[in-house]
Design a protein around this ligand. Structure first.
Ligand code: GLC
Length: 743
C-alpha cells in the first residue's frame, strides 16, 4: 500500500485512533500515516528529550518542560519519577498537542528500581543468567508501575581497566560472558511482548568502546583497532541486538579520532547497514553538544548536523536539534528522508510499547504501591547477592563461622545502608537496605560486638583501640571494609585501586590480636589487595550487594550457603599492571614462569605478570574434582561439531555451585590470537558426593575471528582446549580445524 494514499485517506485525527493493530506491518503503516500528517517542527519535536527538572543526571540548566511539551517540542522525558509526575507530563502531551503523540519516559534502571540488586559487575560474578534475567524482570515490573517505559540499560561496555569507575555498571572484561549477560538483561527488561505494561524498552549502551578510556579516566579518549573493536567491544552490543533490544545509546568518547556521537561508521555503517538495526539511537546526555569541546564541530549547527547525519536520532539534553535542525532540513544539509527515518524509529518504539493505545500503560497509584519491594523481589535480590559474592581466600577453614562464635564486627561499611545500594540506585531507598550488622546480630544474637574501627575514607585512627579491644574479647573478627558507594560509578575514576583511607592499617592492628580475621570487602571495581592479604585469613568479596546485601553476606558467613561467585574481571597485584586481562595476546617474548627466570621476556622487574586473582576465579566451602575431560575428535570439519566433556564431582561436605569454564586457544592465525578465550560455561549445583558430566558443543563459527580484511571466519589449524574452574584451567586436549574450502 502506498503510504501517501493511506495518509490522504485519513483526515487529521488524533494518533490514539490510529493504533489498534498489534502486528508490525500494521504498526509501520500507521506510523507512516501519522508521519505524513506531521509538520517539520512536529517531527523535530519527537527528537527532543529533556530531563525532568531537579532530577538531572549530568550538567544541565533547567527549562519550562510543560510549555515545551504542550508546544509539541518534546518526544521524551527522562528522570520523571512516579505515576503522578509521568501522568502529569503525558496528559499535557496527549491532550494539548495537535497530534496527541505520547511521550516516552526513560530512566536509568541499572540494577533495580526500588528493590536494588547487587551492582552489575557483582551480578556478572554469579554467571547465573537466569537470576540476572529475573532481576531485570523484577526491575521492569517495579519501574513500569512507576510510569517508566524505557530504561537506559543494559550497559555492556567491556572493561579492562579497574581505575574506570563505571566498571561497576557492566559485566567485566570478557566478550563471551558479557554477551550472554547482555542477552539475559534485554530479555528480562523487554520480555517477549513490549505491549505488556510490565515490560520496559531496553537501551544498550554506550556504543561504543567507552570502557577503553585511556588511563581509566572517565570520558577520556579511546583508541581501539577495528579488529579489537569487532572481536572484543562489539559482541555484547550484537548480542543485545540479537535479543531484540529496541534502542542504542551513543557513547561520549572520542573513538579513534571521531567521537561516537558523530560516528557514521558506528551509527550507520555498522549499526544499521551491517547489523540491520531498525530502532533508534539516543545521545548520551550532552554528548552532541560535547562535539564542540571534542573539537570536531566548530559551532552548534555543525554539532547537530554531524550527530544527526551520523545516525543519532534523539537529542538527550544537548538542546541542539530543536534550534538547528529546521534550518539544516530547509537547506537540505539534513535530507527529509533522514528526518523521517529518525522520527519513524521513535514513533515505532512508542507504538510497539502500546503507548498510542494507552499512553498511561495501565499505571495507577495502587499498582505503583503494590509493585515495590514485594517479598519475592527481596528474596531474588538476596539470592543474587549471595551468588555474586566471591570467596577469594579461606585459610584454615576460617569460614564459615562457627555457630557459637563470638564475633567482633568492625568497619563503617558493616553499618551503613547507603553503601549497600551503590551508584545508579534509581529509586532505591537506603532505609530499605539491610546492613551486615543488622543481619549478623540477628543470626548471632548476643554474640556480636560492633566497633567502627575506621571510616571507609579519611585518616581518623581514633576507633582503632575499641576495635582491637572488641577483637581481643571475641573468637573471630569480621571486618567489613573497602570502597564506599561514591568511589565507583560515573565520573568516579580512581588513580589508586587500593582500599581507601586507613582501613588497611586497621586490619594490620586487628591481625596483631592473633584472632582469625575475615575481611568482607565492599568494592565497585577490582582492588589491589597485596597490602591486606597477609592480614586476613579469609576474604569474601561482597561488591556493593544491594538492598538485601546484609542478609546475603551473613547467609554466606554462617555457612547457610556456600559462596559460588567467579571473578568477571581480573584483580591486579597493583595498578601498575593495568590494563591486565586474561584474554591477552602472547607477544613474541611471552614470559613463562614454569621455565624459570628469563630476563629477555615480556615482564616487570618488580612484580610477576600473573594477577592477584585471575578472571573466573572464586573459592567454595566445598571442593570439586574434575575428571574424564575429553575432546571427542582430533579434528573438527567445516560442517561438524566438536564435543568437549568433563565430569565434575563435589568431593566436599556441603552443597555448592560451581561454574565450569571452557577456554580455547587458536594457536596460530592470520592475526595474533588471545592466549585463551572463554567459549563456554555452565553453572551447576552439586550435593556432596554428586557428580555430573558437563558437555560443551563447539561449531566452526565458534572459532571465528576478524581478520585484517574484517572478514569474520575460522581458520584451519590447531586449537588447544582448557576446562576448569577459572581462566588458569589446565589444558585437557586439542583438535585441528580443517576447512577443505580453505586448504
Ligand atoms: C549519563 C550516563 C548514561 C545515562 C544518561 C542518563 O551521563 O552516561 O549512562 O543513561 O546520562 O542519565
Amino acid at each position: 500500500m502506498k503510504l501517501r494514499s493511506v495518509a490522504a485517506a485519513l483526515s487529521v485525527v488524533s494518533s490514539s485512533i490510529l493504533f489498534a493493530a498489534p502486528d508490525e506491518a500494521a504498526l509501520r503503516e500507521k506510523v507512516a500515516a501519522l508521519l505524513a500528517q506531521m509538520s517539520t517542527e512536529e517531527k523535530i519535536g519527537q527528537l527532543v528529550q529533556y530531563s525532568a527538572p531537579g532530577a538531572e543526571t549530568g550538567p544541565a540548566t533547567r527549562r519550562n518542560v510543560e510549555a515545551e511539551i504542550a508546544a509539541g517540542r518534546v518526544g521524551s522525558i527522562l528522570n520523571a519519577i512516579g505515576v503522578e509526575q509521568t501522568r502529569h507530563y503525558q496528559k499535557i502531551a496527549v491532550e494539548q498537542t495537535r497530534l496527541k503523540i505520547p511521550l516516552i519516559f526513560g530512566y536509568d534502571v541499572i540494577h533495580g528500581y526500588q528493590t536494588i540488586f547487587p551492582i552489575n559487575l557483582a551480578q556478572a560474578a554469579s554467571w547465573d543468567l537466569a537470576a540476572i534475567e529475573n532481576s531485570e524482570r523484577i526491575a521492569a515490573i517495579e519501574a513500569s508501575a512507576a510510569g517508566i517505559h524505557w530504561t537506559f540499560a543494559p550497559m555492556v561496555d567491556i572493561a579492562r581497566d579497574p581505575r574506570w569507575g563505571r566498571v561497576m555498571e557492566g559485566s567485566g572484561e570478557d566478550p563471551f560472558l558479557g554477551s550472554a549477560i547482555a542477552r539475559a538483561r534485554v530479555r528480562g527488561f523487554q520480555g517477549d511482548d513490549l505491549t505488556n505494561p510490565e515490560s520496559l524498552l531496553a537501551c544498550v549502551k554506550h556504543f561504543a568502546a567507552y570502557g577503553a578510556a585511556q588511563a581509566g579516566r572517565d570520558y577520556n579518549t579511546t583508541d581501539v583497532p577495528e579488529i579489537v573493536l569487532r572481536d572484543v567491544y562489539f559482541p555484547p552490543f550484537q548480542a543485545a541486538l540479537e535479543a531484540g533490544v529496541g534502542t542504542f545509546m551513543a557513547a561520549f568518547n572520542d573513538l579513534n579520532g571521531v567521537p561516537a556521537s558523530a560516528s557514521k561508521f558506528l551509527m550507520t555503517d555498522v549499526l544499521r547497514k551491517e547489523w540491520g538495526f531498525d530502532g533508534f539511537v539516543v545521545s548520551d546526555w550532552t554528548s552532541i553538544r560535547e562535539l564542540l569541546p571534542h573539537g570536531i564541530a566548530a559551532d552548534e549547527p555543525e554539532a547537530a548536523l554531524l550527530a544527526f547525519n551520523a545516525g543519532v536520532d534523539m537529542d538527550m539534553e544537548s538542546r541542539l536539534y530543536l534550534p538547528h535542525l529546521p534550518a539544516l532540513v530547509e537547506s537540505g544539509a539534513v535530507p527529509m528522508s533522514r528526518l523521517d527515518e529518525a522520527v519513524t524509529a521513535i514513533l515505532l518504539a512508542k507504538a510497539r510499547l502500546g503507548l498510542f493505545e494507552d499512553p498511561y500503560r495501565g499505571t495507577s497509584e495502587e499498582r505503583e504501591k503494590q509493585a515495590m519491594l514485594r517479598p519475592e523481589h527481596l528474596e531474588a535480590a538476596r539470592d543474587l547477592a549471595r551468588k555474586s559474592a566471591v570467596l577469594l581466600k579461606n585459610e584454615r577453614s576460617t569460614l564459615p563461622l562457627r555457630k557459637d562464635a563470638k564475633i567482633a564486627l568492625v568497619g563503617q561499611l558493616a553499618d551503613t545502608q547507603r553503601d549497600l545500594i551503590g551508584e545508579w540506585r534509581a529509586r532505591g531507598r537506603e532505609e530499605d537496605a539491610v546492613t551486615v550488622r543488622t543481619a549478623l546480630e540477628k543470626a548471632y544474637p548476643g554474640r556480636v560486638t560492633y566497633a567502627l574501627g575506621a571510616k571507609s575514607m579519611g585518616d581518623d585512627r581514633s576507633g582503632f583501640a575499641a576495635a582491637v579491644a572488641a577483637a581481643k574479647k571475641s573468637d573471630v573478627v569480621v571486618a567489613v571494609l573497602g570502597e564506599g558507594w561514591f568511589l565507583s560509578g560515573e565520573a568516579s575514576s580512581r588513580s589508586s585501586i587500593k582500599i581507601p583511607g586507613v582501613q588497611a592499617e586497621l586490619l594490620a592492628e586487628l591481625r596483631k590480636t592473633g584472632k582469625p580475621v575475615v575481611l568482607v570487602l565492599f568494592a565497585g571495581r577490582p582492588l589491589a589487595l597485596a597490602n591486606v592479604l597477609d592480614h586476613v585469613d579469609a576474604l569474601l568479596l561482597a561488591w556493593l550487594p544491594g538492598t538485601m546485601g546484609g542478609p546475603a553476606i551473613v547467609d554466606l558467613l554462617s555457612g547457610a550457603f556456600s559462596p559460588s561467585g567467579k571473578l568477571p574481571m581480573t584483580f591486579p597485584r597493583n595498578v601498575g599492571q593495568v590494563p591486565i586481562f586474561y584474554n591477552h595476546r602472547a607477544t613474541g617474548r611471552p614470559f613463562d614462569p614454569a621455565k624459570g627466570p628469563d630476563k629477555w621476556k615480556s615482564q616487570y622487574l618488580d612484580v610477576p605478570n600473573t594477577p592477584q586473582f585471575p578472571f573466573g576465579f572464586g573459592l567454595s566451602y566445598t571442593t570439586f574434582k574434575y575428571s574424564d575431560a575429553r575432546v571427542a575428535s582430533p579434528t573438527l570439519d567445516a560442517n561438524g561439531n566438536q564435543r568437549i566433556s568433563v565430569t565434575v564431582k563435589n568431593t566436599g561436605r556441603v552443597e555448592a555451585a560451581e561454574v565450569v569454564q571452557l577456554y580455547l586457544r587458536d594457536v596460530a592465525g592470520s592475526v595474533t590470537r588471545p592466549v585463551r578465550e572463554l567459549k563456554g560455561f555452565e553453572r551447576i549445583t552439586l550435593k556432596p558426593g554428586e557428580s555430573r558430566e558437563i558437555v560443551f558443543t563447539l561449531k566452526p563459527q565458534d572459532l571465528a575471528f576478524h581478520r585484517t580484511d574484517m572478514s569474520f571466519k575460522p581458520e584451519p589449524g590447531k586449537f588447544e582446549v582448557f576446562v576448569g574452574p577459572d581462566s588458569t584451567a589446565p589444558k585437557i586436549g586439542e583438535f585441528t580445524y580443517r576447512d577443505p574450502a580453505q586448504n
